[in-house]
Design a protein around this ligand. Structure first.
Ligand code: SF4
Length: 325
């Protein structure tokens, strides 16, 4: 690992001042960044440890919803009573990721900013437009069975690895941050981006921004939400496909539905076409399958990841059937 400077931020203003210096990176739990530094993928000259900043609380605001500090650990998030009872898909998604030890260290902000696990991104001897823009993409003709089928570009077919982000998409969460012009917020739908011709950029956050927290709006539908994840082995693995869903059925018809898929795109994939197709439809397997197929019509699988199309369709039908009263 390259030598680097280390300092602890005493307050948010100090963190922002330091991150403005070239070669500086924020350090929260370090569960992804430190691995990337060991691999030579991340090469910061200076780390600013955020551990002393006041963003480690989960609060219930007077206006409803839930405010989650960016430094709340994944373990504390997943076991919080309000999260488990009012936003269960969030707790289930967090528990589906990593291991107990990693969840104790990993933070909410870090979870959202973790980098893709594309094996070529993590190998500095390979061509990768995300790690080294303009070098190419070895995944396209190489090992890509776990990579994107939706929203990819010729430059990059990476997937977003966050389980939490998929659940937050269903909750219509907003991400709050301190940017160059002061406090700001962005919908989780606009936080992440498609790779386009800038796959080196994972999010739309202005450079040097400090995530301070996530706000979950009040949402009665969320109380029945669920998260499911399919992976190559039973634990401690990234998804081959995943789904977060919330469903409201009245008189046998789908009154409201929200679904997001994970491990299919560069961002958590909110299934707007599926939801449009399903609202007002009979709440049964045939409708669920047809709606999933409407969303998957845009899929562009490569040689080895076409299995994700039936996987996501079947996962959607199975979960919605299980949620149908
Ligand atoms: Fe890099 Fe993206 Fe290609 Fe993976 S898919 S090698 S991250 S450019």
């Amino acid at each position: 690992m390259r030598p680097f400077e280390y300092e602890r931020a005493e307050d948010p203003a100090g963190a922002l001042a330091t991150i403005a210096r070239p070669g500086t990176a924020f350090l929260a739990g370090g569960t992804n960044l430190v691995d990337l530094m060991k691999l030579g993928v991340a090469t910061p000259d200076r780390l600013v440890d955020l551990g002393d900043l006041p963003y480690d609380e989960i609060e219930v605001p007077a206006e409803g919803g839930l405010r989650i500090g960016a430094l709340v650990s994944n373990s504390d998030l997943a076991t919080h009573d309000e999260v488990r009872s009012r936003y269960p898909a969030v707790a289930q998604a967090v528990l589906a990721g990593a291991s107990g030890q990693l969840r104790n260290r990993a933070t909410v902000g870090g979870n959202l900013l973790q980098r893709t696990r594309c094996r070529y991104f993590q190998d500095v001897t390979k061509a990768c437009n995300k790690r080294a823009p303009g070098t190419g993409c070895d995944a396209r003709d190489g090992e890509h069975h776990d990579l994107a089928i939706l929203g990819a570009s010729p430059q990059c077919i990476a997937t977003n690895p966050s389980d939490l982000a998929v659940a937050l998409s269903v909750m219509d969460a907003s991400v709050h941050y301190l940017g160059p012009h002061g406090p700001a917020a962005v919908s989780v739908h606009d936080l992440f981006r498609r790779p386009g011709d800038r796959p080196d950029r994972d999010t739309n956050l202005p450079p040097g921004s400090l995530i301070t927290g996530v706000v979950l709006p009040e949402c009665p539908l969320a109380a029945g939400s669920r998260y499911r994840k399919v992976r190559d082995r039973a634990s401690f693995a990234f998804a081959a496909g995943s789904i977060a869903a919330a469903l409201d059925v009245r008189d046998g018809l789908v009154h409201d539905v929200r679904i997001a898929w994970g491990a299919v795109a560069h961002l958590p994939w909110r299934t707007w076409a599926l939801e449009r197709a399903l609202r007002g439809a009979p709440a049964r397997a045939e409708s669920y399958a047809r709606a999933a197929e409407a969303e998957l019509a845009a899929a562009k699988p490569l040689r080895d990841n076409g299995y994700k199309i039936p996987l996501l369709r079947n996962l959607t039908v199975e979960l919605l059937e299980a949620m149908t009263p």
